[in-house]
Design a protein around this ligand. Structure first.
Ligand SMILES: Cc1ncc(COP(=O)(O)O)c(C=O)c1O
Length: 382
């Protein structure tokens, strides 16, 4: 612990003596959320506790917390179960014409690519931008946009390079050219602040189980209301149609068009075992404050970068500025030894990821400087 550092470790775990530096894969549940799992479990063990109100209240709470997180109207938040859910709503919902173009980024995460690639059979043209060393720059995007370009989709933080793109710059270009700017926030939201009311993003899809520390199979999507209203809606979920009504009139069979974002929600929105703990995690993170979490995470990242330099590793992810994220990718100075370093770390009880031959470290709130020092000490022995 450094003098000014707050220790959040007791709010998480136990970690069975291991060190989890792999939030980019799975964010751990805070203890308060683990308790919420117990409460959700009890509702199913004792179904008389599972009142009708809870089917409304649980999704309402999650939507409201996500609205707070992103500074948007909670009624514009679509509840999903993954990043892919939101990206599919967009790819399958936009009204395409022959030769319309979608711009994607070569090397992006497959969840970001495949929903669009599936449109090729409808005559949509997919073009890949080559980001070079980092992410796509606004100038390169500007040059790539043609009169047929309808959408540009990118991850905010790339899982394989740790590079964070310039949302403002890219979004401004998209807006000036009438192109929908669609962002995958999975490797960033929860680790860095985002105010969607001030950022030129048209849609954000995100999972809840990484930097938002929710259970697996949580996620959401925010789509700017005018874009959302233009989408083809290809579902009519019975429970969404009952919104605001009492459940004794279910057989009216009406398809409502006044549901807004809720019409796009994943089915079984009140997925108690996932949603109750996720709400608790979100509340916890918001109480700490995303700006404070981001500062805490960046202290850890800076310490790790120093440690990697000192131990002679080659850092491949951005070292400074806005492009630096909470994902640090590095390799051993003898590149071929990187995989054995990964195994050494694992055997020493330190979990990182190995991605395309690189070590990927991704510390978050539940880590402290001592954790970084413990990892660096092992790195120095290999
Ligand atoms: C950038 C990015 N997008 C999406 C995902 C996961 O997608 P989904 O939430 O649809 O499972 C990951 C998982 O590692 C990711 O790194």
């Amino acid at each position: 612990m450094t003098a000014r550092e707050t220790d959040y470790r007791d709010d998480f775990g136990p970690f069975a003596g291991r060190l989890w530096l792999n939030c980019a894969h799975q964010g751990p549940l805070p203890r308060v959320a683990a308790r919420a799992v117990q409460q959700a479990l009890q509702l199913k063990v004792t179904p008389s506790l599972l009142t009708d109100d809870l089917f409304v209240e649980v999704p309402r709470r999650v939507r409201s917390l996500l609205g707070r997180l992103l500074n948007v109207d909670p009624d514009d938040v679509i509840l999903g179960n993954s990043t892919s859910y939101g990206l599919h709503l967009l790819a399958n919902g936009m009204r395409w014409q022959q030769d319309d173009e979608v711009l994607l980024v070569r090397g992006d995460y497959p969840a970001d690519i495949l929903p669009w690639l599936a449109l090729e059979k409808q005559g949509v043209v997919i073009r890949f931008l080559e980001p070079g060393g980092g992410g796509v720059e606004p100038e390169a995007l500007e040059q790539a946009i043609s009169s047929r370009t309808r959408a540009f989709c990118t991850t905010w933080v790339n899982s394989f390079t740790g590079h964070a793109v310039d949302l403002h710059g890219l979004g401004t270009v998209c807006r000036s050219r009438g192109v929908s700017f669609i962002v995958n926030g999975s490797q960033a939201v929860g680790a860095r602040p985002l105010d969607l009311s001030r950022t030129p993003v048209d849609a954000l899809a995100c999972c809840g189980y990484k930097w938002l520390c929710g259970p697996y199979a949580t996620g959401f999507c925010w789509i700017r209301p005018d874009l959302r209203d233009s989408l083809v809606l290809s579902q009519a979920y019975w429970l969404a149609m009952q919104a605001g009504r009492d459940l004794s009139h279910m057989r009216e069979y009406t398809i409502r068009d006044d549901l807004g974002a809720r019409a796009f929600d994943v089915f079984c929105t009140a997925n108690f075992l996932d949603m109750m703990p996720w709400a608790a995690s979100l509340e916890y993170l918001l109480d700490v404050g995303i700006a404070r979490i981001s500062a805490h995470d960046q202290v850890l990242v800076a310490r790790l970068l120093d440690g990697l330099d000192g131990a002679g590793y080659r850092v491949e992810s951005p070292r400074a500025g806005e492009a630096r994220s909470t994902l640090v990718l590095a390799q051993h100075r003898d590149g071929h030894r990187t995989e054995s370093v990964y195994r050494t770390l694992r055997d020493a009880g330190i979990d990182v990821a190995l991605r395309e031959g690189l070590l990927r470290f991704s510390p978050h709130l539940y880590n402290a400087s001592e954790d970084i020092d413990r990892a660096v000490a092992v790195l120095g022995t290999v």
